[in-house]
Design a protein around this ligand. Structure first.
Ligand code: DX5
Ligand code: ZN
Length: 214
């Protein structure tokens, strides 16, 4: 079954505890946290003070997605919150293998994120060391954008690579996910979907989450 990680970027930040508790009680699998630094992406979100408040009311593991320039600094900042995953963008890391080792040494599962233009082959020699690969299906920085269709073919290619090199590594998709494209994503081997606006704008968030757990 596909696992669902609602992105709290689309939550009501004035009622963050209420919204985090609601999605956890509604049966989500992870809580997806988008960390943006205003440099790697043209938007700025939350730091460890707010994420620590999220961690203390979440009953599901955190999936932290870094969209930042200085990955190592941010890994050190968020590691004490004991997330399940920390993912970083391959486009922004000179020493990805070293950073993967560092994340794992902190007891956290390492994941790499690929922007829409980045080829899956760029991480061929890292795949064996990863627990998850996150494919962006929108340009990172904002919630509520439209799904980029070419990511379906890319996910299918990545699925073949993953099955031969590291079958335990999960494939996650982030951006524009809804009940409209979930079946296609399932067909090409996607294991985890991030969904922000689809879940948080739905009048029944539990039903929205369940509609993706196919
Ligand atoms: C975009 C973020 C996403 C975003 C997804 O940079 O990484 O997690 O919140 O939002 P939706 O599901 O609305 O496209
Ligand atoms: Zn994200």
């Amino acid at each position: 079954m596909i696992k669902v990680a609602p992105s709290i970027l689309s939550a009501d930040f004035g009622n963050l505890q209420r919204d985090v508790e609601e999605i956890c009680n509604a049966g989500c699998d992870f809580v997806h946290v988008d960390v943006m630094d205003g440099h790697f992406v043209p938007n700025l979100t939350i730091g460890p003070v707010v994420v620590s408040a999220v961690a203390s009311c979440a009953t599901k593991p955190l999936d932290i997605h870094l969209m930042v320039e200085n990955n190592t600094f941010f890994v050190d900042l968020f590691a004490p919150l004991k997330p399940e995953y920390i993912s970083f963008h391959i486009e922004e890391e000179k020493h990805p293998h070293r950073l993967i080792q560092k994340i794992r040494s902190l007891g956290i599962k390492p994941a790499i994120v690929l922007n829409p233009h980045t080829a899956p082959e760029s991480i061929e020699y890292l795949l064996k060391d990863l627990d998850m690969i996150l494919l962006m299906s929108v340009n990172p920085g904002f919630g509520g954008q439209s799904f980029i269709d070419s990511v379906i073919e890319k996910a299918s290619r990545l699925n073949k690579m993953r099955n031969s090199l590291n079958p335990n590594c999960l494939i996650e998709i982030d951006g524009g996910v809804s009940d409209k494209n979930i079946e296609q994503l399932k067909e090409v081997g996607v294991d985890v979907v991030v969904a922000g606006s689809y879940v948080f704008k739905h009048k029944n968030r539990q039903r929205a989450i369940e509609s993706l757990q196919i």
